[in-house]
Design a protein around this ligand. Structure first.
Ligand SMILES: C[S@@+](CC[C@H](N)C(=O)[O-])C[C@H]1O[C@@H](n2cnc3c(N)ncnc32)[C@H](O)[C@@H]1O
Length: 219
């Protein structure tokens, strides 16, 4: 029997070179990004349940926020992230249940999970409204979606101008990432029972990425 390459997750186009570049980029830049986001992540990821679903975990930036011995159901369609994600889960003592799926279609049962997390992912998914609907579908009543994401700057600001000017090379390099999404607005209209959200600004050289939100949406 010969090995055939795994077919890509439906709804996601795997790029050979850019998929590998992004896996390497987030491995190398991970500590710097984490240093900038750690306060917000510690706040919103505190007290996660024993089993957590993460959409778009990449190479495992958020594993450090899970207790050893917990289980991560990882919805990650970029197969070039998988080896690093497996190795990171092993190092952190987290049981990994890795699924080559898109966040729009997790194929998890209705009302089956207590916690979903994401960081820097809703900027990249094809359809953020569909992802939020899917997260609501799989969360049990009382479950939470905890997120740290980058968003569009207010209209008319220099940052917003830069986000627009750089949109094409940025999206090409970072596999569809958009810095122009009003994710706070989308979260507010997604039908969660309650939304706790904070808008803040980072001060990194990656200016289009500096306008951010972090929070907890309650099912
Ligand atoms: C910018 S990276 C962030 C990775 C990680 N969450 C972090 O904070 O370092 C975006 C991730 O979202 C994943 N992604 C893109 N589209 C997706 C989709 N439709 N469903 C699930 N994950 C997706 C990418 O493969 C990538 O791992």
């Amino acid at each position: 029997m010969t090995d055939s390459p795994m077919p890509p997750a439906p709804g996601f186009e795997v790029h050979g070179a850019r998929g590998r570049f992004n896996a390497a980029f987030f491995s190398v830049m991970g500590p710097y990004i984490e240093w900038n986001l750690r306060g917000h992540k510690r706040r919103v990821f505190a007290g996660l349940p024993q089993t957590v679903v993460e959409v778009g975990p990449g190479v495992g930036a958020n594993l450090r926020h899970l207790p050893r011995g917990s289980t991560l159901v990882a919805i990650e369609p970029n197969i070039h992230m998988h080896a690093r994600l497996r190795a990171a889960a092993e190092r952190r003592g987290v049981h990994l249940d890795l699924r080559d799926r898109v966040a729009e279609h997790t194929e998890l049962p209705d009302r089956s999970v207590d916690g979903v997390i994401s960081s820097l992912v809703l900027c990249s998914v094809t359809d953020p409204a569909a992802v939020l609907a899917e997260i609501r579908r799989i969360l049990r009543p009382g479950g939470t979606f905890r997120f740290v994401e980058h968003v569009a700057a207010p209209a008319g600001t220099p940052t917003r101008f830069l986000q627009r000017a750089l949109r094409r090379p940025w999206a090409w390099t970072f596999e569809g990432c958009s810095c122009e999404r009003d994710l706070a607005g989308q979260l507010r209209t997604a039908g969660f029972a309650r939304l706790d959200i904070e808008l803040y600004r980072l001060h990194t050289p990656f200016i289009p990425f500096n306008t951010q939100i972090a929070g907890i949406a309650h099912a």
